[in-house]
Design a protein around this ligand. Structure first.
Ligand code: FMN
Length: 197
């Protein structure tokens, strides 16, 4: 679906259902498409003190049926600690190519299924695996960043962060008039509504 031609309204322009479908398809395509901004959303957690921590993360999995997004991370990281204390966080993407912003409120959890973790770990390249083998946790102060200590294996530090989408806010920028919508998954019957942009 091309949205490049400004003379033709994209099929989702005036359709809540199509906008929602397109949002999920952009997320799904973002897993593999390294050039899409949907490949690297900003994931936001809240600290115990109420301060906000945003960080870029690579999107690794999308399951619309389960309303789930997945990311890979180090289980010793600040984000994991923060999201353990306060499970509700946010995910933000603005993709310049499609002029779409997606704002997600999500409930986060760490995936503890050993088979899933092993399977993902086995598919990871050695460079990525090395990041998880650093002896000290991410964010630890070091004297010399070029001289880090490593453990033999980082598999125990590898984790999958799962985000269950509670609501998704859609914003499509268009010179004819922007379109903003809310897809709310918190109730049994999902609610879709247009909002004033
Ligand atoms: C392009 C890009 C992709 C990144 N992908 C990840 C990722 O998939 N997982 C991750 O834990 N950190 C990733 N990071 C690093 C985080 O942004 C962050 O610096 C790090 O995870 C520490 O965050 P924390 O201290 O808030 O836990 C990425 C950074 C950039 C710039």
């Amino acid at each position: 679906m091309s949205v490049k031609s400004q003379n033709i309204d994209p099929s989702f322009y005036n359709s809540l259902e199509e906008s929602e479908k397109y949002a999920w398809s952009l997320l799904e395509a973002g897993i593999k498409d390294r050039k899409s901004y949907f490949h690297t959303p900003v994931v936001i957690s809240k600290s115990k003190l109420g301060t906000v921590s945003p960080r870029t993360m690579v999107l690794r999995g999308v399951n619309q049926t389960a309303l789930e997004l997945q990311f890979h991370t180090d289980r010793r990281s600040n984000k994991v600690n923060e999201l353990a204390l306060n499970k509700i966080g946010a995910i933000l993407v603005y993709d310049m190519a499609t002029k779409v912003q997606v704002r997600i409120e999500a409930e986060f959890r760490i995936v503890n299924n050993a088979n899933t973790l092993e399977e993902r770990w086995s598919k990871m390249g050695s460079m990525s695996k090395e990041c998880y083998a650093v002896s000290k946790p991410p964010g630890f102060e070091v004297q010399d960043p070029s001289n880090l200590e490593f453990d033999d294996d980082g598999a125990d530090n590898f984790s999958i962060l799962s985000a269950k989408v509670l609501q998704m806010e859609w914003l499509y920028l268009c010179y004819k008039g922007n379109r903003r919508a809310l897809f709310d998954y918190r109730t049994e019957q999902f609610a879709r509504s247009w909002l004033v942009p």
